[in-house]
Design a protein around this ligand. Structure first.
Ligand code: PXL
Length: 274
């Protein structure tokens, strides 16, 4: 069985980060080791959330794993807390990365043209450094525009997306995948660039006019799980995009849906069929 280490916060209530990554990757038949970077009462879209930073646990936990001879087939990072913490994670990646370890970075920090409450431009710069050591990065357009200094646009053409991908590629990652990309009216999906082949990959599915928290984490976690199941990165992105869209559709139909996240629990059986 493949073993993934995922490093992100636990938002106790909110359906995002580790409360998505752990069930989704595990359901795909992949051992999921977690390193919680902070415990929050909820994700940061709630008011008055509490936060306990766990930075001081990262080194002792990593040391214990190293002493135990633990290895990982992939290391997947998501929402992190501070610049210092990103530096710690870079060190951890250096410690555990072998030739066979895939590093997947989702530089979670922004959406819809805006940074999340806790972050500033220094944090953005540090996330770009983390992307430089990754095999695959999966930013959305907002995160890519912050990291590359290219103006954020809501209306764009494929030329703009290629410009962003080229600038992401310059950061140093192996494969850069932009999420939330719409290249045709009424559609949305992903566009990626593989530096080793110089090839682009575009996948579009039906756009659903609803925006939910945690869908980026659902997409990334599904990609990680599918790649660990042996799927090519392009197939993994396609399945993840379809699964995320399907989950949003199912959530929309639930009259009792919570405002803060999607009903991925209801759609995990569908993912296993995809
Ligand atoms: O879904 C991304 C995410 C993860 N973790 C926390 C967040 C967010 C997005 O806002 O607040 C704590």
């Amino acid at each position: 069985m493949k073993r993934v280490l995922t490093i992100q916060d636990i938002s106790c209530l909110g359906k995002c980060s580790l409360t998505i990554a752990l069930p989704v990757i595990s359901a795909l038949g992949v051992e999921t080791v977690i390193l919680p970077t902070a415990v929050l009462s909820t994700h940061t879209m709630f008011k008055n959330f509490t936060v306990k930073d766990l930075s001081d646990q990262i080194e002792p936990i990593a040391k214990h794993w190293k002493d135990e001879g633990v290895t990982f087939d992939a290391i997947y990072t998501g929402y992190l807390g501070t610049i210092e913490q990103i530096e710690q994670i870079k060190t951890l990646i250096r410690t555990f990365k072998t030739e066979d370890t895939l590093v997947i970075v989702d530089p979670v920090m922004a959406d819809n043209g805006k940074l999340y409450p806790a972050f500033d431009m220094d944090y953005v710069k540090k996330n770009a450094e983390l992307c430089a050591v990754a095999d695959i990065i999966v930013p959305n357009i907002t995160e890519a525009s912050f990291m590359t200094g290219i103006e954020y646009r809501e209306e764009y053409d494929t030329g703009y997306i290629k410009e962003l991908l080229s600038a992401l590629n310059d950061l140093g990652a192996g494969i850069s995948v932009l999420t939330g990309v719409s290249t045709q009216p009424g559609k949305t999906g992903v566009m990626g660039y593989d530096r080793s082949t110089g090839e682009y990959y575009t996948y579009q599915n039906q756009r659903i006019d609803a925006s939910y928290h945690g869908t980026g984490d659902l997409f990334s976690s599904t990609c990680v799980g599918e790649i660990m199941r042996g799927k090519d990165w392009r197939d993994a992105m396609r399945i993840a995009a379809d699964y995320t869209a399907h989950t949003i559709e199912v959530t929309l139909k639930n009259p009792k849906k919570p405002w803060y996240g999607v009903d991925f629990e209801a759609t995990i059986p569908d993912l296993l069929e995809m």
